[in-house]
Design a protein around this ligand. Structure first.
Ligand SMILES: NC(=O)C1=CN([C@@H]2O[C@H](COP(=O)(O)OP(=O)(O)OC[C@H]3O[C@@H](n4cnc5c(N)ncnc54)[C@H](O)[C@@H]3O)[C@@H](O)[C@H]2O)C=CC1
Ligand SMILES: O=c1[nH]c(=O)c2[nH+]cn([C@@H]3O[C@H](COP(=O)(O)O)[C@@H](O)[C@H]3O)c2[nH]1
Ligand SMILES: [K+]
Length: 532
């Protein structure tokens, strides 16, 4: 409440209380500090509050979103793709890392070797190098080549003994080699008859930089440069046409060797130690111990074992937790970051089935409050519906934000698109605790179906997501959206935001159900929501 000034002689109207208020104090009381927002009466979600705007005196591009993923790992973009089998395999992880975030490869493969192979793919990735080119066998026909062209739209195709990348390079076949062949001879002309054989090919080697490769392509006027290893096996391909498309990714997450960073999920079962070894060998930067209830003796035992054997790298994200005490268990056991969220995910039914969990806003705030005091960053996991939710999670104290559903409908997510009713292009998205995911792989069956207990209790659902296009457009949109949020709040970095919030300078307000409705789209006959 404001104080009344004693001197009211200048007031024309003695009843005008407002004229004599201490406005500075009133401003201070306009809105809630974060402590007042989370007053313990009720758990709040991101949707339950707004952040107040501040003062803008800098352009939006000056907002720097660099952050800490773990004690030792820094990222330029605070975004992580979730370890779910419909979200993160190598393609997603590469795209996330190129944009400054990171992807966590899921653990629902039949073997740990397959999971480690996905990690290796990210580690071997070189910008501009096509690591999975469509190949063909010498015994295949021109007709087969035409089918590839029809499906993938190109014809500079390497010929290998196995017909796939990794096989011995035998030649290259381009449109020039087949243009003169009549259609009725397609099926009877083999690739061997038309290809440019290995002896006449210009090739590159593993240690070549992209720039060197492009220089060769330009000087020799070639369109494709196959890259081979010491045994003459094909490992990648460089296309001259990509030179024009070649993009700069200034935010990319690189490790000390200059390779993209990547994470992988593990569980706490018997084979976990084996998984840790294999994933560490593959060069994984961070392991995420994936569980809905992280405060268990299983997780703590594993965490201590890993920390003893691998004191620094891979770094360990432990979780999930939603209370301070749960976080303390894991931090005491050596966690390098804490993952927060129980039941807040779009596909989660944990709170309904297990009766356990916490509203995500409160969970993030409470755990962050404690973890900050221990110098441990937190990952806000689940419940991110829109770009503004990322800004809100960061404001509550999260250092990074993990997303499943928001990234699931993109090109880089595993799985094929299909057409749903009324012609909508869709991709599948499912909870890792859904019956569907549980039954998908042997490893997950082991994980969920305790031998003595064959009764399944699903904690997630199977869903579909609309086609969201490519991560290469979507993540830059999210990044810029968060920058705009920060600019409105009047802060230039995550540190500045969190200092403002925890110091009581950045204010909040609860949203009534009506305020939530008002904050969304309303009162329209119809509308089109194009976001970027
Ligand atoms: N964040 C969230 O809200 C939730 C996430 N999920 C996701 O679903 C997946 C599975 O989560 P959970 O079911 O929590 O997996 P979990 O592996 O932690 O637990 C599954 C079951 O196995 C038991 N268990 C775990 N480790 C054990 C060990 N070493 N020995 C004996 N028993 C053990 C647990 O007590 C539990 O009954 C994860 O990908 C998780 O992220 C599932 C539910 C909620
Ligand atoms: O209750 C659950 N049952 C499940 O089957 C399940 N699968 C994933 N997750 C968690 O949800 C997060 C992704 O949430 P969003 O789609 O909201 O981004 C993920 O990052 C997980 O933490 C699950 N939670
Ligand atoms: K939910």
């Amino acid at each position: 409440m404001g104080k009344l000034n004693n001197d009211t002689s200048n007031n024309t109207n003695n009843h005008d209380v407002s004229a004599s208020l201490d406005w500075e104090e009133e401003f201070e009381n306009d809105g809630l500090t974060i402590d007042e927002l989370f007053d313990r009466t009720m758990g709040l979600t991101y949707n339950d509050f707004n952040i107040f705007p501040g003062y803008i005196d800098f352009p939006v591009h000056q907002v720097d979103l660099s952050t800490k993923l773990t004690r030792l790992i820094n990222l330029k973009t605070p975004l992580i793709s979730s370890p779910m089998d419909t979200v993160t395999e190598s393609e997603m992880a590469i795209a996330m890392a190129l944009h400054g975030g990171i992807g966590i490869i899921h653990a629902n493969f039949a073997t740990v070797e397959e999971q480690a192979a996905e990690v290796s793919k990210v580690k071997r990735y070189k910008q501009g190098f096509i690591t999975n080119p469509q190949c063909i066998k010498p015994t295949d026909t021109v007709r087969d080549l035409m089918l590839i062209k029809a499906k993938y739209g190109f014809t500079g195709t390497p010929v290998t003994d196995t017909g796939v990348v990794g096989g011995k390079l035998l030649g290259l076949v381009t449109s020039r080699d087949v243009d003169f062949i009549q259609e009725n001879r397609y099926a009877i002309t083999t690739i061997n008859d038309v290809m440019v054989p290995r002896e006449r090919l210009i090739i590159g080697n593993e240690s070549m930089t992209l720039q060197e490769a492009y220089t060769i392509l330009e000087n020799k006027k070639r369109g494709k440069l196959p890259i081979v290893d010491g045994n003459d096996c094909l490992i990648s391909l460089i296309a001259r046409t990509d030179l024009k498309k070649s993009r700069d990714f200034p935010l990319s997450s690189y490790d000390l060797k200059g390779q993209l960073m990547v994470g992988a999920a593990i569980n706490t079962r018997e084979n976990a130690k084996e998984a840790v070894k294999k994933l560490a060998e593959a060069g994984v930067d961070v392991l995420v111990i994936d569980s809905s209830q992280g405060a268990s003796n299983y997780q703590i035992a594993l965490l201590k074992w890993i920390k003893e054997k691998y004191p620094t790298y891979p770094q360990i994200v432990a979780g999930n937790v939603v209370t301070m005490r749960q976080a303390k268990f894991l931090i005491d056991a050596g966690a390098d970051a804490i993952r927060v969220g129980m039941g807040s995910g779009s596909i989660c039914i944990t709170q309904e089935v297990m009766a356990v969990g916490r509203a995500q806003g409160t969970a993030v705030y409470q755990v962050a409050r404690y973890a900050r005091s221990r110098g441990v960053p937190i990952v806000a996991d689940g419940g991110i519906r829109d770009v503004g939710y990322i800004t809100k999670a960061l404001s509550l104290g999260a250092s990074t934000v993990m997303m499943g559903g928001l990234l699931a409908g993109t090109n880089e997510a595993p799985g094929e698109y299909f057409w749903g009713p009324s012609g909508v292009r869709l991709k599948k998205y499912r909870g890792m605790g859904s019956i569907d995911a549980m039954e998908a792989h042997v490893s997950s069956q082991e994980r969920y179906l305790v031998e003595s207990d064959a009764i399944k209790v699903a904690q997630g659902v199977t869903a579909t997501m609309r086609d969201r296009g490519s991560i290469h457009k979507f993540v830059p949109y999210l990044y810029r959206g968060v920058q705009h949020g920060f600019q409105d709040i009047g802060v230039r970095s995550i540190t500045e935001l969190q200092e403002g919030v925890y110091g009581g300078k950045v204010k909040f307000e609860r949203r009534s159900p009506n305020a939530q409705a008002e904050g969304g789209v309303h009162s329209l006959h119809s509308y089109d929501r194009q976001l970027y």
